[in-house]
Design a protein around this ligand. Structure first.
Ligand SMILES: [Zn+2]
Length: 389
């Protein structure tokens, strides 16, 4: 038995105006200080004004949100008692808002104990609206929650099916001015979701089509958005791709590139999308050398118009196409290009390997790595060596 879950999705120009249809007395906007400064929070408050709701802005979410941030936000929610929680921001904000919402509804739960098995009984107090301001994480369409434990220097992969947002609003105006670097980082995260959602062992008929289309849209529109700035049509397609990829991998699973990327991000504070997409071609090369017949790169390569006569040809062509796209949008292909020295990698290798081994996404890969494999993968990614196992 498996489930397909999706929020109601409102997309396209003027999508923000849906906010005036919400009814309730109070709405809490969970966001970060930068979006307050850019005037985007004010636009949300303006769009909410016809609803007559009182609003509270919680703008303290940092990149890689900590358990402490989540606890503090939940305490504010308990005081304000909103009927709606509006998560406005990138993946960090949306993930933090999901966790704050859970603690608001269930103050008896510790954030690190959130899990997919225990029923939470959410929505007794509030519902969640997610409004992404980047185009990639897909958090608006998933029930996953990634928090950071700064003391242990690891990412906590939490989640509950109930934590899926009720409504996702995709308004291209909100991402029209997204800087090129953030566009590239988050767009490549969406591509990684699409590829891993399609190739993970949890892939299924419902997620497959979403992942194919999302991958196609990223290849088509990411370079335009990185180069062209405020092309609303391209921005809208990339925004849709991110949410479609979120639906795709959210209803299957991500895989090894996410396991490696999470470990790297916790040790070196590399932005999520830059970290996972850097590893993506390496994990394709690694997976190709696993059990024959276990991978499914050919149908993906076929859909993308790449050579696909065999799995080996399709996987190699896909890895090469991803690297071409990374170069085109100015992303690093190696850890060295990220500024990580060999000595720094070696100093952190035990922590990286242990965190990658324990990451919930790693075990969804068609070829599950052992300790020694992970060491080779991290070292190969340092200087771009071809992986040959
Ligand atoms: Zn991701």
């Amino acid at each position: 038995m498996w489930y397909f879950s999706s929020p109601q999705i409102i997309f396209g120009e003027q999508a923000l105006s849906h906010l005036e249809r919400l009814s309730g007395a109070r709405a809490a906007i969970v966001t970060d200080a930068n979006l307050v400064r850019l005037g985007i929070v004010a636009r949300i408050q303006q769009a909410l004004a016809p609803s007559g709701m009182q609003t509270l802005v919680l703008d303290g979410v940092e990149p890689e949100p900590s358990l402490e941030t989540v606890r503090a936000g939940a305490a504010e929610l308990l005081r304000f008692a909103p009927q709606w929680i509006i998560a406005l921001g990138g993946g960090s904000v949306m993930d933090a808002a999901k966790a704050m919402w859970i603690l608001y509804e269930r103050p008896d739960i510790a954030p690190e104990a959130i899990n997919p098995i225990e029923p939470l009984g959410l929505r007794a107090k509030a519902r969640l609206v997610a409004i992404p301001t980047t185009t990639g994480t897909g958090s608006e369409a998933t029930w996953a929650i990634v928090l950071t434990d700064p003391v242990e220097r690891r990412k906590l992969g939490l989640g509950s099916r109930e934590a899926l947002p009720d409504i996702a609003i995709l308004d291209p105006e909100l991402v029209a001015q997204l800087p090129a670097r953030l566009t590239a980082d988050t767009g490549l995260d969406a591509l990684t979701h699409a590829v891993e959602g399609f190739t993970s062992t949890f892939h299924n008929d419902f997620s497959d089509g979403l992942c194919l289309q999302a991958a196609h849209l990223v290849f088509e529109y990411l370079p335009v958005c990185v180069r062209g700035g405020a092309d609303l049509e391209a921005r809208g397609h990339l925004q849709n791709a991110a949410t479609i990829a979120g639906l795709g991998f959210g209803n299957s699973m991500a895989a090894l590139a996410h396991g490696l990327g999470h470990a790297l991000g916790a040790a070196f504070h590399t932005p999520h999308g830059r970290a996972v997409s850097l590893f993506l071609p390496y994990t394709i090369e690694y997976s190709l050398r696993g059990e024959p017949g276990s991978t499914r790169y050919a149908p993906l390569a076929h859909f993308l118009g790449l050579p696909c006569a065999s799995e080996a040809e399709a996987g190699a062509a896909l890895a090469a196409a991803i690297r071409r796209l990374q170069v085109e949008v100015g992303q690093p292909l190696t850890l060295a290009e990220l500024g990580i020295r060999a000595s720094e990698l070696e100093a952190e290798l035990d922590l990286l390997v242990s965190n990658a081994l324990n990451d919930t996404q790693t075990v969804m890969s068609t070829r599950i790595p052992e300790d020694a494999d992970l060491r080779r993968l991290f070292r190969a990614a340092l200087s771009g060596d071809t992986i040959d196992f």
